[in-house]
Write a protein that binds this ligand. Structure first.
Ligand code: FAD
Length: 472
């Protein structure tokens, strides 16, 4: 069969991994085709993930600021919300970025093909789109088909009142009673948005803390604030059975601990957001026809150069493993394209930062205290409470803190965590410190501008275990 298109490099999926890989490949001189099932480039992150959620979180932060402005003598009255205008704002933000990507693809002469791609051999992909079926023959390929929300089987998914994160970002309405199933990053970001817009929010989480994976002390200021705001949080609780009633979705709960009664027996909600994780799309692209190995869960195993078991086929992003984060996908996309173009590179980054853009934000990187304990690592911790930060006091947000975790023997920074407003912007310094092999003293000796929240990173390097450090 004759191919409709031929190329040196084919990239499947246009999320942060895929578009980065395609642009890098084109910049390195590889003739590149980018296949995406949707007309809009950018994948989950730009269309229904990172970007729209942050646009809505900005609106939530403004509402929250307005609510608290009375503390410093300014009052705006009760905010009124024009949902259609807010939706439009979110769409404008997304559109600006996705159109930008289309322009960048054109500029680089990356040919984009719209349709669903399935491998038919190790060098051919069939694409089914509106224009019919096309066969693309490639010399090399980067698979970047991403992931999708896990849909728990015990929910009536055809009912519009049951939502995944994509539905929740649509902002069809502000439900009076919202249940969020899953207290991880995505669930809590959406809980933050809907709470600010006026929903009465209940969160249930199966584990014994919100934001599993982050150190419990980092999560506490967020849990305290949610409580103050009237968000009901039930830990060690799972949604067991559901029933679609006329006036809401009835959900019955069970305790995560066998034999125990749940903290909450049941409730009726106008909408339910199920945010219990994401599943990789590795098993949905006919990878077997290309001879590419896929695990039972749908992940595609790769080596340190992002190569699959088939040497000319690479894979990147959410479908190669956790953490499922956009900045991991872009880093891998760049690496895969460079290796494909013949550069002798491999994965060398030591850490990948995680950020929850809740209010307050929670950010962490490298080894956590819980992990250090579990692995028997000997670490010290430097902690600076924001109650002593002039900037945080001025902002009226003193609940945050910054901590640095370092190897007790070498004093090298191995991890860090920050909770507070703008924590996500502050964690990059700690990531850099780890990559550079910095000792605590290196950060302590760095002059941080005053008065900024970044000073808290410098101060955490000076104070640990309650005493001024003598590491200098
Ligand atoms: P994706 O972005 O999933 O892109 C894959 C693309 O492949 C999609 O466009 C899909 O349509 C396409 N595709 C799949 N199969 C085919 C096929 N057979 N044919 C053609 N096209 C196909 N991460 C962060 O780092 N920060 C955040 O703040 C953040 N917020 C998030 C908020 C939400 C609500 C969600 C859901 C996710 C968020 N994430 C965030 C995660 C982030 O979106 C992902 O880690 C990232 O998008 C992964 O990029 P990717 O390139 O691997 O795949």
């Amino acid at each position: 069969r004759k191919a409709d298109l031929e190329c040196r490099m084919l990239v499947l999926g246009s999320g942060p991994g895929g578009y980065t890989a395609a642009f890098r490949a084109a910049d390195l001189g590889l003739d590149t085709v980018l296949v995406e099932r949707y007309a809009s480039l950018g994948g989950v992150c730009l269309n229904v993930g990172c970007i729209p959620s942050k646009a809505l979180l900005h609106a939530a932060a403004v509402i929250d600021e307005a609510e608290h402005a009375g503390d410093y003598g300014v009052s705006f009255g009760k905010p009124t919300i024009d949902l259609a205008a807010l939706r439009k704002y979110k769409e404008k933000v997304v559109g600006q970025l996705t159109k930008g990507l289309a322009g960048m693809a054109k500029q680089r002469k990356v040919r984009t093909v719209t349709g669903v791609g399935t491998f038919v051999s190790a060098n051919e992909l069939e694409v089914q789109g509106e224009a019919g079926t096309q066969l693309i023959r490639f010399e090399q390929c980067i698979i970047a088909a991403g992931s999708q929300a896990v849909k728990l089987g015990n929910f009536p998914w055809g009912d519009p009142r049951v939502m995944d994160s994509t539905d929740a970002l649509e902002l069809a309405e502000v439900p009076a009673r919202l249940l969020v199933v899953g207290g991880g990053i995505i669930g809590l970001e959406m809980a933050t948005v809907y709470r600010a817009l006026g929903s009465e929010v209940t969160v249930v989480e199966f584990m014994d803390q919100l934001m599993p994976g982050a150190d419990p002390d980092l999560v506490k200021p967020l849990a305290d604030r949610l409580k103050k705001q009237g968000v009901a949080v039930h830990l060690k609780t799972k949604a067991a059975a559901t029933e679609a009633l006329k006036d809401g979705i009835k959900v019955s709960f069970e305790s995560a601990e066998a034999g125990k009664a749940p903290a909450l027996e049941s409730g009726v909600y106008d909408r339910v957001l199920v945010a219990v994780g994401r599943a990789p799309n590795g098993a949905k692209i006919g990878a077997d026809k290309a001879g590419v190995q896929v695990t039972e869960r749908g992940f595609i195993p790769v080596d340190r150069q992002m190569r699959t078991n088939v040497p000319h086929i690479f894979a990147i992003g959410d479908l190669v493993g956790n953490p499922m984060l956009a900045h991991k996908a872009t880093h891998e996309g760049k690496l895969a394209a460079e290796v494909a173009a013949g550069e002798k590179k491999e994965w060398v980054a030591r850490v990948i930062p995680s950020v929850a853009y809740t209010d307050p934000e929670i950010a962490w990187v490298g080894v956590t205290e819980a992990e250090a304990k579990a692995k028997g690592l000997r670490v010290g911790v430097g902690k600076f409470p924001w109650a002593a930060s002039g900037r945080a006091i001025g902002l009226g947000r003193t609940e945050g803190f910054t901590k640095l975790i370092f190897d007790e023997a070498t004093h090298r920074i191995v991890g860090g965590g920050i909770v507070g407003v703008h924590a996500g912007d502050l964690i990059a310094e700690v990531a850099l410190a780890i990559e550079m092999g910095c000792e605590v003293a290196d950060i302590g000796h760095t002059i941080h501008p005053h008065p900024t929240l970044s000073e808290s990173v410098g101060m955490a390097a000076e104070v640990f275990d309650g005493t001024i450090t003598d590491l200098y």
